[in-house]
Design a protein around this ligand. Structure first.
Ligand SMILES: *[C@@H]1O[C@H](CO)[C@@H](O)[C@H](O)[C@H]1NC(C)=O
Ligand SMILES: *[C@@H]1O[C@H](CO)[C@@H](O)[C@H](O)[C@H]1NC(C)=O
Ligand SMILES: *[C@@H]1O[C@H](CO)[C@@H](O)[C@H](O)[C@H]1NC(C)=O
Ligand SMILES: *[C@@H]1O[C@H](CO)[C@@H](O)[C@H](O)[C@H]1NC(C)=O
Ligand SMILES: *[C@@H]1O[C@H](CO)[C@@H](O)[C@H](O)[C@H]1NC(C)=O
Ligand SMILES: *[C@@H]1O[C@H](CO)[C@@H](O)[C@H](O)[C@H]1NC(C)=O
Ligand SMILES: *[C@@H]1O[C@H](CO)[C@@H](O)[C@H](O)[C@H]1NC(C)=O
Length: 382
């Protein structure tokens, strides 16, 4: 049916709205690793930066998700690299690198060093070699606007998941390199924490581990108690979200059970917060369901109106076969018609058609009700 299709479409639209929209710029820095911003008047260097940025975006077609390159020579050499998230398509990676490059040129037009973090990619350039160097500054902690509602095991669970991902990414990932994603069940049983970590591919395993371990260490003091957040560094970055699958699952995605809460000896009785968590999830499901039902009812009513007005049109056209079937079901017996037309009074005569004389029937319902003892307007011909 048409409205079943519409309903499905609506549900799909609604669920799309619930998923977080990705692809916006996260942070920019027109500074070097000490936080200093140097501008240059060297047009040769700025030209090299332009060439570098277009080279990066044209080389973003390689599916490794990482690329480093050098343009120019002497004091005007520009060094640059990009890192894409390993779970996205090559096309998304290329779009992200191209967009980020354009944005960097407008935000840091004459700066010697610059770096941009996006959801899908990170790009960076400098007048000094930045390859194979562990860079942990500048550092940013963008986080979700809302607090998570059940904080009892927040620090433990997030750290547990992220440290496992760090170990996996640094020491146990080959392809994709220095990348790991995973999910851990929260102690409530119905909440989940999703996490992702990655390093630039020019680092050593130990440097990747050092970089990411520092990121995880910073979470309690910089992101707690938000329901999601990121740690962004030039050499590595991480992200985690409660109850939001923000990455595509790959073969290397870790799936971890909840931390054993009995062994953690909770400081407070958990039933209160657990109840709150459950009632909040239930409330969200309830509200979404009600909205969907209301919208479907509106569509149904709207659809029926359209159908009715279509039938009216057909009626007026008069050339439809269904008119005759309708007429058959409306057969009245002679007495009824006699009463209704005031004994075939000429005053009620409208004219003569192909079927015979046509009479106007004033207040048919009332007249018929008298005749058929309360069967409003529905009269049988027996
Ligand atoms: C990178 O892009 C440049 C042009 O922008 C091209 O000359 C070069 O061959 C590319 N490198 C690779 C590895 O594709
Ligand atoms: C990319 O980085 C590596 C070090 O990690 C370096 O040896 C190589 O020369 C760089 N490539 C370019 C094109 O600069
Ligand atoms: C990079 O630029 C800064 C600021 O202009 C300058 O002090 C530094 O010497 C430059 N480094 C190189 C390797 O050219
Ligand atoms: C590395 O990953 C494999 C599966 O991909 C797993 O069996 C193994 O235990 C992991 N090793 C470490 C040290 O995490
Ligand atoms: C988590 O860590 C932060 C920062 O150290 C602390 O303020 C907070 O109380 C911790 N939360 C819990 C539930 O232990
Ligand atoms: C949780 O930990 C306790 C004590 O450490 C242990 O007795 C229990 O079997 C554990 N439960 C699970 C599911 O691992
Ligand atoms: C939690 O508190 C409730 C009543 O508030 C009590 O019945 C229950 O035994 C407590 N549970 C624990 C594990 O302390």
């Amino acid at each position: 049916m048409a409205y079943t299709g519409l309903g499905l479409l609506l549900i799909m639209l609604l669920s799309c709205m619930l998923i977080k929209i990705t692809g916006d710029p996260l942070r920019f820095a027109c500074t070097d690793t000490s936080g200093t911003s140097y501008t240059t008047t060297s047009n040769r260097y700025l030209t090299n930066v332009d060439l570098l940025l277009s080279s990066l975006s044209s080389n973003a077609t390689t599916d490794t998700g990482f690329y480093n390159t050098t343009i120019g020579d002497g004091s005007d050499t520009a060094y640059g690299l990009f890192l894409c998230r390993s779970d996205i398509t090559t096309n998304d990676c290329q779009n992200c690198v191209a967009t980020a490059g354009k944005e960097l040129k407008t935000r840091c037009p004459s700066d010697v060093t610059a770096i941009a973090w996006y959801d899908y990619c990170m790009i960076r350039y400098s007048n000094q070699s930045i390859f194979s160097n562990l860079e942990q500054d500048p550092i940013f902690y963008p986080y979700a606007p809302k607090d998570f509602f059940n904080l009892e095991y927040y620090n433990q669970t997030v750290s547990d998941l992220m440290y496992k991902l760090v170990r996996q990414a640094a020491f146990n990932s080959s392809s994709p390199k220095y990348y790991a994603s995973g999910v851990e069940n929260y102690f409530t049983g119905y909440d989940k924490v999703y996490g992702l970590v990655q390093c630039t591919h020019d680092l050593t395993k130990d440097d990747c581990n050092v970089c990411l371990t520092g990121c995880v260490y910073d979470i309690p003091n910089n992101i707690y108690p938000k329901e999601g957040g990121r740690v962004l560094k030039p050499s590595c970055n991480l992200r985690f979200e409660f109850n939001s699958v923000f990455f595509k699952r790959t073969a290397s995605t870790l799936d971890l059970p909840a931390i054993n809460s009995t062994s953690l000896s909770p400081s407070t009785n958990s039933t209160g917060t657990e109840g709150k968590g459950r009632s909040k999830s239930t409330l969200i499901i309830l509200v979404v369901t009600i909205i969907i039902i209301v919208i479907m009812v509106i569509i149904f009513i709207f659809y029926q109106r359209i159908e009715k007005s279509k039938q009216k049109h057909k009626h007026e056209d008069g050339d439809d076969q269904s008119d005759i079937t309708n007429a058959n079901s409306l057969l009245f017996n002679f007495d009824t018609i006699k009463v209704a037309t005031d004994n075939f009074s000429d005053a009620n005569k409208i004219g003569e058609g192909g079927f015979g004389v046509v009479y106007k029937v004033p207040s048919l319902c009332i007249t018929v009700r008298y005749v058929t003892f309360g069967m409003q307007c529905k009269v049988s011909n027996t």
